[in-house]
Design a protein around this ligand. Structure first.
Ligand code: CUA
Length: 244
């Protein structure tokens, strides 16, 4: 479906909704582009200097011009109110309950994605910027009991298929953007902010986390991987110390 837009595969439950909106916007733009193009050619011919040596300064008087304008405005309002606002509201208002979701912290930095899972106890260990070191990019406090079973990775975000994922997104330095194209997810990571993002991956596979904001010289290589696994494979991955 929607092959003509050449979009990436749909790997989250809300991807179809986003694509439908992208498709409708493209159809509207096609109609406007062709319509305005034809009108432009018509005007070039109809109001050529040979037929109209004196210009008219009155502008269009017919009903057609006004009704076309109103029709375009109505279609745009329908797109905005009927599609865009409800789709956005679901993303930013209706978060899944934390008890049912996979919680994970993702922290951007120049130039990598740090991923932090709470581990079997479901509690994130304390982090402290003072503890940040080359082998501890998140500054996880290992003396905190809640941190003992925490799992951290760099550039690898493994997710279970079919379960809501609630990512809390932040960054250690500059603005990055968490772009999961196949999941139709994109959210800026802003220093000092902790931004929730949620989606339900529904397609097993390996995808990319593409940093989508120019964040410095290494922006081009700030790439992580999303590995969507079946629930069983995901649990295996969590339990496996090598996490391959
Ligand atoms: Cu981080 Cu671009």
């Amino acid at each position: 479906m929607l092959k003509y837009l050449a979009l990436p595969v749909q790997a989250s439950t809300h991807a179809g909704e986003i694509d439908q909106m992208i498709s409708l916007v493209h159809w509207l733009m096609l109609v406007l582009f062709v319509g305005w193009g034809l009108f432009f050619l018509f005007a070039l011919f109809r109001f050529r200097a040979g037929a109209h040596p004196r210009a008219s300064y009155a502008g269009a008087k017919g009903k057609f011009a006004k009704s076309t304008e109103i029709a375009v405005a109505i279609v745009e309002i329908v797109l905005l109110v009927g599609y865009a606002i409800p789709a956005w509201a679901t993303r930013v208002k209706q978060f899944p309950p934390e008890s049912q979701a996979l919680l994970v912290h993702v922290v951007g930095e120049q130039f990598q994605w740090n991923v932090h899972y709470p581990g079997p106890d479901g509690r994130f260990g304390r982090t402290d910027p003072k503890l940040v070191a080359a082998d501890n990019p998140l500054g996880l406090d290992k003396s905190d009991p809640a941190a003992k079973d925490d799992i951290t990775t760099i550039n690898v975000l493994a997710l279970p298929e079919g379960r809501p994922v609630l990512v809390r997104l932040s960054t250690k330095d500059v603005i990055h953007s968490f772009g999961l194209y196949e999941m139709r997810v994109k959210q800026d990571a802003i220093p000092g902010m902790d931004i929730p993002v949620w989606f339900i991956p529904n397609r097993v596979g390996e995808y990319e986390i593409a940093c989508s904001q120019l964040c410095g010289l290494g922006h081009y290589r700030m790439r992580g991987y999303v590995r969507v696994k079946s629930e069983a494979d995901f649990q295996k991955w969590l339990a496996d110390p090598d996490r391959q």
